[in-house]
Design a protein around this ligand. Sequence first.
Ligand code: NAD
Length: 369
Amino acid sequence: MASNKKLLILAGDGIGPEGIAQARRVLEWMSKRRAVSFGVSEDLVGGAAFEAHGTPLTDKTMDAAMQADAVLFGAVGGPKWDNVARHLRPEAALLRLRKDMDLFANLRPAKVFPALAGASTLKEDIVSGLDIMIVRELTSGVYFGKPRGIEKLPDGRRRGVDTQVYTSDEIERVARVSFELARKRQGKVCSSEKSNVMESGVLWRQVVTETHKHYPDVALSHMLADACGMQLVRNPKQFDVIVTDNLFGDLLSDVASMLTGSIGMLPSASLGPADPTGRRRALYEPVHGSAPDIAGKGLANPIASILSLAMMLRYSFDMGDDADLVEAAVGKVLDGGLRTADIMQPGKAKVSTSVMGDAILKELDKLAA
Ligand code: NAD
């Protein structure tokens, strides 16, 4: 049977392939038990591709990513390639994928599993039950605006310049993604910028407010980005979806992620524009990097990769029930007391990457029985 779900797996370097191997087992479980078929292909990326082909991302792999319905990405990088020219470094692969696929909306959920509420640095009652989604604009703003650079002034001082720039269409498309997401969640969007001191912030607020007219069923609020950072650690449960620009999203999503405990638990999705059929290019990846310090030791937490797969089921393949099932299986395993080293707590059982994978598959079997 030809599959209408074309998936490209790019596992990458370090613990990338270790987490993705466990996500693949979940995918195989889905194919067997849920009567869905995925057309899966796999390729090298990052340092692994550099070793094989002299480039971190070949044109052939880039083409395959453009043709795929979804890309599942592990992690890239490592000390071995630290001194390679910038454009050939493993991380350049991810930048090209984001750029060529036009992945403008970066979705970073921060969800606290009940069993891990005590692992946050914040008090348990502040984070327990937390489920928020940060939507960060990923392809514009101050990281890309021109002019940029460091120049020498006639008097010998140096001047560093970055430019924060947004056009209305760039704001509108990420706002639309946020409103659409909110409709499937608690129906609330908080838009965050610095309209008190930045012109791009004034435009951001105007365009989000105009776009909201198409989504009257969603509640919209606005919050300055500094206040938003403060509220994220004071009372994070007030938020559902937060939409913000590239710079503030970078900061706020990292703050939000730490509410949940470990980086080994955090998935992400990056979405491109919808074509006339509603299909979007999309890349799903754990938030963590290649973790060279623990690579090859069976210590990596595979849950970030497995939850990235769940996001793929939800957002690329409209398989929300199956995504719920995967998330529930992860929750059950944590309730049962199994922990990889990064989320270890007193009195719990420390397990390896693959044993964590085994346990999640067993829970899937039980939940689907
Ligand atoms: P990192 O996320 O790889 O690791 C940070 C710390 O968290 C390490 O102590 C690591 O052991 C731990 N950790 C990360 N993921 C874990 C997991 N799943 N389970 C258990 N512990 C985990 O970040 P870093 O150390 O700053 O970067 C290492 C390499 O990864 C660098 O080459 C960097 O450029 C690259 N990197 C890649 C990506 C990506 O591919 N998207 C993202 C960030 C960093």
